[in-house]
Design a protein around this ligand. Structure first.
Ligand code: NAD
Length: 459
């Protein structure tokens, strides 16, 4: 038996032993995980910096801080989340007491991407453990330093029969996917999402797919452009533009385009200086392959700001592109880097022309003071979630479910939604025995009219 099959076998028998069912056991592990992450905090920042020069501030706010706050939330609420929930009974099934039991799926697989390599590996793992599953994590091969520390932390806190990290690339992921899992949680590209869904379908394994897409940012002419520029530049260039919910491109009311571009330029300079390469707050592209991919998107387009590329250093400066063609490579695929195309509109039909031709994005942003325009936009388009008058920060409220639709994914998580994602809702009815009307039993003759009345009034 090879290692992967062996680990899964051991996790499966551990799950069957009922060990993970005790909430006290899960809490003990999660508290130990919290302690270990806090002890390794600086080492995590160092790893993220080595991987792509991520600043400590962004590493805290978008990785370690979020993980610790999810851990605190789970530790404080796990007892109550795990309890069977009493549900209102139906008169049709009287007498009964009805419940939802939260039950773990079993042996689960988590595959993580590189762009928030600590957060997007740890958060699903925490939720898997909280819900009483065992878990095998495959972190990204592109962030070697962070993956190494993830593996160390997991090894220190968890017995391999409960949780383990298996590092590796496509070959390892393919091997893992050839095994039978009880649940798969994948974060990554839409392209690989198809591969995951296909592998899961073989065994009818439930999946959550957290994917990406081209997230539009619509700006009308009712806003203070200084404020808009501040929030757009922050959301677009955070993590070097390598964020699944980054505004991919802007659609601005045409009479405001020039003023917006001027405000964006001023804001970029204010945040990252005239030479962002020397800014400690502007990270690098994750690797050469992605740098080359992004550089190719800048060929034959009208760059109105930035465009500095140093492929050897995996550096691309914050860049603004004016009106690229809708069928250009820049507008055909998710950018996932610090390049911001600006498109324009005059009527809402123009917006539809642009967004309607794209797949269903993970996020959509609207900057406007017009309630009707805002509500119409929210209701017209299919997208995962979004923000009115800001970018990214819906990610920060754990009460909001986070997930895509169509090509941007399926399923949702964050906070209690994450615990729910890793739990099966077992519906249980406990029947009373003190009365048992003969009505539902054959012979049925003469009972149908009464049955119809019962359904009408008590269904
Ligand atoms: P990716 O799909 O290339 O890789 C993700 C993971 O899948 C990695 O662990 C990788 O090893 C594995 N993988 C790659 N090819 C595989 C294959 N053929 N078979 C099986 N596994 C394979 O994605 P990435 O480049 O790491 O991340 C960027 C993408 O992730 C972007 O599209 C981004 O929008 C998306 N993303 C989504 C979210 C979200 O929460 N929805 C968050 C972050 C990133």
């Amino acid at each position: 038996m090879d290692t992967i099959a062996n680990i899964i076998e051991q996790q499966r028998s551990c799950f069957k032993s009922q060990q993970t069912k005790a909430v006290s056991f899960r809490l003990e592990l999660l508290k130990a995980l919290k302690f270990e992450i806090e002890s390794q905090e600086q080492a995590i920042y160092d790893a993220l910096h080595k991987d792509f020069k991520k600043s400590q501030f962004e590493a805290f706010i978008s990785e370690v801080g979020l993980v610790l706050s999810q851990l605190n939330l789970v530790i404080n609420n796990l007892e109550s989340w795990s309890k069977p929930k009493r549900i209102r009974a139906s008169l049709l099934t009287f007498p009964s007491k009805d419940y939802i039991y939260k039950t773990p799926y079993g042996t689960t697989l988590v595959i993580a991407p590189w762009n928030y390599p600590f957060l997007l590996a740890m958060e699903p793992l925490i939720m898997a453990i909280a819900a009483g599953n065992t878990v095998v994590l495959k972190p990204s091969e592109l962030t070697g330093h962070t993956s190494k520390i993830l593996t160390q932390i997991i090894k220190k806190v968890f017995p391999e029969t409960i949780a383990t990290s298996i590092e590796g690339g496509v070959e390892t992921a393919t091997k893992l996917l050839s095994e039978k899992w009880d649940f798969i949680f994948f974060t990554g590209s839409t392209k690989v999402g198809h591969i995951i869904a296909k592998a899961a379908a073989k065994n009818l394994t439930p999946v959550v797919l957290e994917l990406g897409g081209k997230s539009p940012c619509i700006i009308d002419d009712s806003m203070d452009l200084k404020l808009v520029a501040r929030r757009v530049v922050w959301g677009k260039f955070f993590n070097g533009g390598q964020t699944c919910i980054a505004p991919d491109y802007i659609i601005v009311k045409s009479n405001k385009k020039e003023a917006l571009i001027a405000a964006l330029k001023a804001e970029i300079i204010k945040r990252y200086s005239e030479t962002p390469k020397t800014s400690a707050d502007f990270p690098r592209i994750i690797d050469k392959k992605n740098t080359t991919r992004l550089a190719a998107l800048l060929v034959d387009v009208n760059i109105v700001y930035g465009g500095d590329i140093d492929e050897a250093q995996c550096y691309i400066s914050p860049t603004i592109v004016d009106e690229p063609a809708l069928d250009s490579p820049l507008m055909s695929e998710e950018i996932f880097g610090p390049i911001l195309p600006i498109l324009t509109y005059n009527t809402e039909k123009d917006i539809e022309q642009i967004i309607g031709h794209k797949d269903t994005p993970l996020a959509l942003y609207i900057f406007s003071n017009h309630k009707g325009f805002i509500e119409n936009t929210i209701n017209t388009y299919r997208f995962g979630g979004g923000v009115v008058n800001d970018t990214l920060i819906h990610f920060g409220n754990h009460r909001l479910p986070f997930g895509g639709i169509g090509t941007s994914g399926m399923g949702k998580y964050h906070g209690k939604h994450g615990f729910d994602a890793f739990s099966h809702d077992k519906a249980m009815m406990k029947r009373g025995n003190w009365i048992d009307p003969s009505f539902r039993y054959p012979p049925y003759k003469g009972k149908l009219n009464l049955l119809k009345k019962v359904f009408k009034y008590f269904g």
